[in-house]
Structures are given as structure tokens and as C-alpha cells.
Design a protein around this ligand. Structure first.
Ligand code: GDG
Length: 737
């Protein structure tokens, strides 16, 4: 039975060792909760690091760790302290984390970190492969494991792999500074589905893919030579019921059951009934804007001194990554700021900030959420921010005001909160004043809407949606119209080829025999390719025709020493073996003078584009332009041209990063048909990669073996993944001559 394999840096377990005794408790984090419906008995396995280094687990307990993990359907990946240093504290948290949160000045480019990151990603991938069986669905989580999807893909090409990035994905301008940007993108693109919290992160990722790797991106799909990768946003929710229930239980608990923290909070409330508490909870991380928040709070007290003794900032900062220097510096900065501000404003009976630097048990978290009338969450950058959602979920009487930074992913879904720019102290101060004075009815109205949304889009729904979309990628793969040429299909084609008495092969050039390059003049055939075409043509009963959109001079000069028939400019010119170029009837060129200036205007406005002038057509190439600008201008130019040439017997062909204007009477399909007239070929083969080749696929008889290169919509019967596969196929023809 197929299962789900979940992989995250950490396992959803807490392991501790005391007096040589192992204690394992399941963790209650959001991810673990969200995935629990998939992580049931037997149905799934979770692979990750158990939280203790190899050195910390005594030899005699290693097996025990694995055994205990297994009881929770988990598998432990053991990491040494050096690996944790290079992989986790190093590359993950000193390179990727700051860069992806736009803290470029904190981003380190250390080769050694990168090497360990690769090694450890490979370790995770190897562990996954040990457990992977065909039909399983693999879900990889977060920025520590960016290379894992492709590492799995290399060994298990058919695997269904999802990847979810829990942190932001930065804009191309920031991401491009990463020395290993190509490797990171290729790593993630090993997945079939890539998920982000917001559409912004999704479009930043797609923009990097199209600009850096130059892959074709259509809406939210990336076309690779052998696969299509889907990219989408899935805003992560919380376990709403758990937080709601905890809040209800909290209100029902008797005073004897109250926590010490709650008693102190109540004492404060009783002493100053008109005062309000402002809550902030985060890991102590520079992305969370803790220092900014304290300064903004100081600004608020300076600007509105009437609130002195009327508000108190209750700040919980959870220790995090203290091995990384910036976190240690931040700790010092926050300590100093809290000290200074408390010193500046405190009165005999009041301190403006209550600061806790520790992790609290869940019950205390609920105490804070339910008691504080205002939550102030001001990250500078935050993938989502679950605290904001949890706060709203615990406000069971629907009062309370959330002030949330627009830089948090959650802000996209929580419009009813007071949304602020954390860098604008004026705005934060005014938001605090508004929150303090917000009428109850307005609070209720806002929270009602927020709660409705959060309840519906819970973490469970998030996980279900992602898994559903991931499984759909497998179905899409299966429903792809053309059939992939498997070894079996290739054998069948060869069998028919051998048996046939008269055979013809139509072969496109760019994107089929050779890969696309930035400058078209650099795509010359290599010696091996020439030899292959020569040997295919050596047999009396086989005709090979290279059919291209290229101009006749280039094509003629590249193939001058190979005896092969050529068709250039989509069929404008034909050259028999050793013959002269012959012009197809019905082609005209007078129109070119009228059309050229229009295209020139687009060249001027679109850097990186140029005109290729052929004898009977004009082509506008935009492969080297900015990909998005290129697509926009191509669309525009296509519309302008279509209007200009209407009723002139011309057509606009939309090729692979090229628009070509030529006589409508000429196309590759017509050229192929002409070759078949009066002949009795009993084996017809045509292969090509772009839109202009579709004419061949459509015009050739149904019995023809038509093959598309790459995974795209096509009228061809078969497809192969890329140019190396084309060569393998042609070599098979040669071996079966
Ligand atoms: C990353 C992304 C994204 C906090 N203090 C205590 C405690 N918590 C719990 C909260 C909440 C979680 O930790 C924090 O989640 P956040 O989303 O706010 O932030 P990150 O840890 O940075 O998480 C973030 C998230 O991944 C999910 O994709 O939203 O943007 O940075 O659940 O309740 N829990 C307990 N004691 C504490 O002291 N028990």
C-alpha cells in the first residue's frame, strides 16, 4: 500500500536523555498537528533529525532512539555536531535564513557550510530512498532541505515529490546574489509541486527560475525538458479547534487551577482595571522586529504620555539559535533596550515592559493570549506568523485587537487586523492608540470575520489541500496527451522501421538536434551529430530531411559536407542532396519593408531582442530579453502584426522565444506533404520541439510516427524529454538500418 513520506529538518518528537534513560514525547507543533491525518498508523513515515547529535546519544541508546521513533512512525536521521554546525547553524541559518528574509548584510557565503549542507541534504535523501516504494508520495519541508527534492528525483525519477517552503522566498534581485543560486533552484525543482505561504513568494520564485535557469514559466507552471513543475501558494493555518478549546477550558478553570503567571496577570488587571496589556510573542530572531517594536513602543509612550501606567507590553522572546552570532547580539540589544525603557518610564507602581526570555508551557501561552487585549506583532519579515492566528483563535468572546506587520505572510489573510509597516513608528504608535480605544463592537466585528476564515482554513485543510494538489500532479502526468517513448515503445517503432521498405525521417534542428543557445549562430552541429545524420542517410531506402526555420545560408553552410536534404525557412527553400536551393512557389517578400520598421521599434524598446532577416521571412528573437518583459512584448508585437498583415496572405508563427512573420502558404506541414506526393513511404517519422513543428504533426498521415521534444501540448503521438533523448532515438534508427 502506498504511503506518505514526510521529511523535515526536525522530527515531530522531543527526545531527552536523563540518567541513561531515554524519553520520547510527541511534539505538538503546528506542522505535526497539520499532518496528523496523513501521519496515521502505517500510512506514513516521518523522517528527520531527533534533536540530539550523534555525540549526545550514547552508543547503547542509539538503537533505542530508532525503536522509539518507529513507535511514532518516525525515522531518525543521525547528525554529528559538525554536521549540525555546518548544515543547520551554518548554511541554513547563516546563509539561507538571512538572505530569504532580506537581511543581506547577515548573509554569509561560506564554502564549507555549503559543502556540509549538500552532504546532509544527501543524507536525508538517502534515508528517504531507503523507505521509498513506488506509488509513495513524498513531502519535503522547508529551507534546510532545498536540495532534497532533486536528490530523490535523480534516484527515483517517477516519484511524486512535494516541497513546502515555510519562510519567504525573496525577490530575484536578492536571491540572485547567492553564489549557489542555480544549485538551489535545481534542487527545489526536483519536486512536482512547490508550495509557498503567499502568492508573492510564489512569484518571486518563478521569476528567479525564469531569469536564472531560463526555464519556460507559464502562469504557475515551470516546463522542464522532462517534467512540468507546479508552483502554488497554500497559506498555512493553525489547529483552530485546539486553541479555541484551550481558551474555553482556561475560562472554565477554577482559581486553584490557575497558573502562577495567570495570577500575576490577574493581579495587575485588578490593580489597574482601566489599563490594557499588549502582548508580543516570538522566537528571539532578528526577522521578528523585536528591537523595532520596543523602540516603537517607546515612541508611543513619548508621543502619547497619557498612556503611561495605562498599558504594559508583555513580551515573550523564546531563545533561538543562540549559536549564531547575530542572535547573541540581538539578545544583548533587546536586554539593553528593555532595561533602558523600563528605567526611563517606570513609576513606583508600574513598569512599561514585562520581558520573559524563555519558552513557556502551552497553558501559559494560552494565559497570555486570553488575557492581553492587544497583540502587537511587528516582524520585519515573516513567512507566515502563526502567533497572529493563534491569538485570534483564543479570543473566544471575540474581543481583542491584533496589530500585525504587513511584512508577515499572515497579513494577506488577516485584513481585519490593524495592518502596519513595522518601520513606521508613527504608524505603530497610532495603531496602539487606535487599538486601545477601539469600541468593543468593532473588535467583535473584526474578530468574527477573522475567526471564520481561520476556522475554515485550518492547518489540516492546508495539509489536505497541498496533498490533493500534489496527487493531482501525478494524475496530470498520466493524462498527458502524447505518450512518452519508453524503451518498449522505442523497440516497437524500430521493429516497424526495420520492416518498412521506404522510410522518411523529418527532423527539426534547433531544440531537437541541438539545445537552444543565447546566440543562434552558436548552435552549430557538432562532429558527432554530423556523423549520425550522415550514417542515417547512407541507406538507400531511408531519406533524411532536416527541416528548419533557419535561413538557407546558415543551414547550407553548416551541412555543406553532409549529404542530407534540407528544408529551410519553414519550407521556403528546399535543397536536394548535392543539389541547389529551390524556392517554393507562392512566396513573396515585398511585405517585408512595411513590417520591418514595426519590429525594429520593438527591438529598440526591448533590450536583448533582435531581428533575424531571412529571404522570405522576418523573425524577432527575444530569448535574451528579460523573460517577463519578453513575453509581454511578444504578446503586444503579435497583436500589432496580426492587425498589420491581415488579408495579406501572411501569418505570425509563435515559436520558442521567437515570433516569425512569413507567407501563410509556407509551413513545415506543407513542405512535408510536398515531399510525400507521388512517393510510397511506408514509414514516416517526424520530430520537433516547437509550435512550428505542429504543422508537420498535423499534416502528416495518422500512421506517421510524430514525436514532440519536451513536455508541451502537442498533436504529436509521442514525446521524448530533451535533445539527448532525441539523439539516442536517432542512434537506434542508425543501428536498425
Ligand atoms: C516559521 C516561519 C511560519 C512560541 N513561543 C512558544 C510557543 N510558540 C509557538 C507559537 C507558534 C510557533 O511557536 C511560532 O510560529 P511562527 O509562525 O510564529 O514562527 P516561526 O517559528 O518563525 O516559524 C513562520 C512558520 O514557520 C510556519 O510555516 O509561520 O513565518 O518563520 O505556534 O505558538 N509555544 C510554546 N511555548 C512558547 O514559549 N509552547
Amino acid at each position: 500500500m502506498s504511503k506518505t513520506i514526510i521529511i523535515s529538518n526536525r522530527l515531530p518528537l522531543q527526545i531527552s536523555i536523563e540518567n541513561d534513560q531515554l524519553d520520547v514525547t510527541p511534539s505538538v507543533g503546528g506542522l505535526a498537528t497539520g499532518l496528523k491525518s496523513f501521519h496515521k498508523d502505517g500510512d506514513s513515515v516521518w523522517i528527520g533529525w531527533p534533536g540530539l547529535t550523534e555525540e549526545e546519544i550514547p552508543e547503547n541508546l542509539k538503537e533505542e532512539v530508532q525503536k522509539k521513533a518507529k513507535e511514532e512512525n518516525c525515522v531518525a536521521v543521525h547528525l554529528t555536531s559538525d554536521e549540525i554546525d555546518g548544515f543547520y547553524y551554518g548554511f541554513s541559518n547563516r546563509t539561507i535564513w538571512p538572505l530569504f528574509h532580506y537581511f543581506m548584510e547577515y548573509t554569509e557565503s561560506d564554502d564549507q557550510f555549503w559543502r556540509v549542507y549538500q552532504q546532509v541534504n544527501q543524507k536525508y535523501a538517502d534515508e528517504i530512498l531507503k523507505h521509498y516504494e513506488e506509488g509513495d508520495v513524498i513531502w519535503v519541508h522547508d529551507y534546510q532541505l532545498l536540495l532534497v527534492p532533486n536528490m530523490i528525483r535523480e534516484k527515483a525519477p517517477e516519484a511524486v515529490i512535494g516541497f513546502f517552503n515555510h519562510i519567504p522566498f525573496p525577490s530575484y534581485e536578492v536571491f540572485r546574489t547567492l553564489p549557489w543560486r542555480d544549485e538551489v533552484l535545481k534542487g527545489v525543482l526536483g519536486a512536482d509541486l512547490i508550495g509557498f505561504h503567499t502568492y508573492d513568494y510564489e512569484r518571486h520564485f518563478l521569476s528567479s527560475v525564469s531569469r536564472i535557469l531560463r526555464h519556460q514559466v507559464d502562469f504557475n507552471e515551470v516546463t522542464l525538458p522532462d517534467r512540468i513543475v507546479k508552483v502554488d501558494s497554500f497559506p498555512m493555518g493553525i489547529d483552530y479547534k485546539k486553541f479555541e478549546q484551550a481558551a474555553l477550558d482556561h475560562f472554565e478553570s477554577t482559581s486553584e487551577n490557575q497558573s502562577e503567571l495567570q495570577r500575576r496577570l490577574d493581579h495587575h488587571l485588578e490593580a489597574t482595571p482601566e489599563a490594557k496589556m499588549i502582548l508580543s510573542i516570538d522566537r528571539l530572531d532578528y526577522t521578528k522586529g523585536i528591537a523595532h517594536r520596543i523602540r516603537a513602543y517607546e515612541y508611543f509612550l513619548d508621543k502619547y504620555p497619557e498612556y503611561i501606567e495605562k498599558v504594559r507590553l508583555v513580551m515573550l522572546a523564546v531563545p533561538s539559535r543562540s549559536n549564531v552570532p547575530q542572535y547573541r547580539r540581538l539578545k544583548r540589544e533587546v536586554d539593553e533596550l528593555v532595561g533602558r525603557i523600563n528605567g526611563k518610564f517606570s513609576t513606583v507602581s508600574w513598569t512599561p515592559i514585562w520581558y520573559f526570555y524563555r519558552s513557556m508551557p502551552f497553558e501559559n501561552l494560552i494565559d497570555l493570549y486570553t488575557t492581553c487585549e492587544i497583540a502587537l506583532l511587528t516582524p520585519i519579515r515573516d513567512g507566515m506568523n502563526l502567533v497572529a492566528k493563534e491569538y485570534v483563535a483564543t479570543r473566544t468572546n471575540k474581543t481583542g485587537v491584533l496589530i500585525l506587520s504587513e511584512m508577515a505572510g499572515a497579513a494577506h489573510e488577516m485584513n481585519e487586523a490593524i495592518i502596519i509597516n513595522p518601520n513606521n513608528f508613527e504608524q505603530v504608535a497610532d495603531a496602539l492608540k487606535t487599538a486601545f480605544n477601539m469600541p468593543k463592537e468593532e473588535q467583535v466585528d473584526r474578530n468574527k470575520m477573522l475567526q471564520k476564515r481561520l476556522r475554515r482554513y485550518s492547518v489540516e485543510k492546508w495539509a489536505q489541500d497541498f496533498m490533493k494538489a500534489l496527487r493531482a500532479t501525478r494524475e496530470n502526468r498520466d493524462s498527458f496527451k502524447a505518450t512518452r517513448i519508453t524503451p518498449k515503445i522505442s523497440d516497437e517503432i524500430m521493429e516497424q522501421f526495420r520492416k518498412a521498405e521506404k522510410k522518411i525521417l523529418f527532423i527539426d534542428y534547433d531544440g531537437t538536434l541541438v539545445n537552444f543557445v543565447d546566440k543562434p549562430e552558436d548552435a552549430k552541429p557538432d562532429a558527432e551529430l554530423k556523423e549520425l545524420i550522415r550514417s542515417l542517410n547512407a541507406s538507400e531506402d531511408t531519406d533524411v530531411i532536416l527541416i528548419s526555420g533557419r535561413d538557407k545560408n546558415t543551414l547550407g553552410s553548416w551541412w555543406k559536407d553532409v549529404p542530407v536534404e534540407l528544408i529551410s525557412e519553414h519550407g521556403v527553400w528546399m535543397r536536394q542532396i548535392d543539389g541547389e536551393w529551390e524556392l517554393s512557389e507562392n512566396v513573396k517578400s515585398e511585405w517585408m519593408d512595411a513590417v520591418r520598421p514595426v519590429i525594429e521599434n520593438f527591438v529598440d524598446r526591448t533590450p536583448g531582442t533582435f531581428i533575424e532577416e531571412k529571404n522570405y521571412s522576418l523573425a524577432w528573437h527575444y530569448r535574451k530579453a528579460d523573460p517577463q518583459l519578453g513575453e509581454i512584448r511578444a504578446n503586444e508585437l503579435s497583436n500589432v502584426l496580426k492587425e498589420l498583415i491581415s488579408n495579406r496572405g501572411l501569418s505570425v508563427l509563435e515559436g520558442n522565444k521567437v515570433l516569425e512573420i512569413k507567407s501563410s502558404d509556407v509551413n513545415k506541414g506543407k513542405a512535408c506533404s510536398k515531399k510525400l506526393v507521388g512517393e510510397n513511404y511506408d514509414f514516416i517519422f517526424a520530430i520537433g520541439d516547437d509550435w512550428t513543428d505542429e504543422y508537420m504533426f498535423q499534416e502528416l498521415p495518422e500512421s506517421a510516427h510524430t514525436v514532440k521534444v519536451g513536455i508541451k501540448k502537442t498533436s504529436a503521438r509521442f514525446y521524448v524529454e530533451g535533445t539527448p533523448k532525441v539523439r539516442t532515438l536517432l542512434e537506434k534508427f542508425r543501428d536498425n538500418l
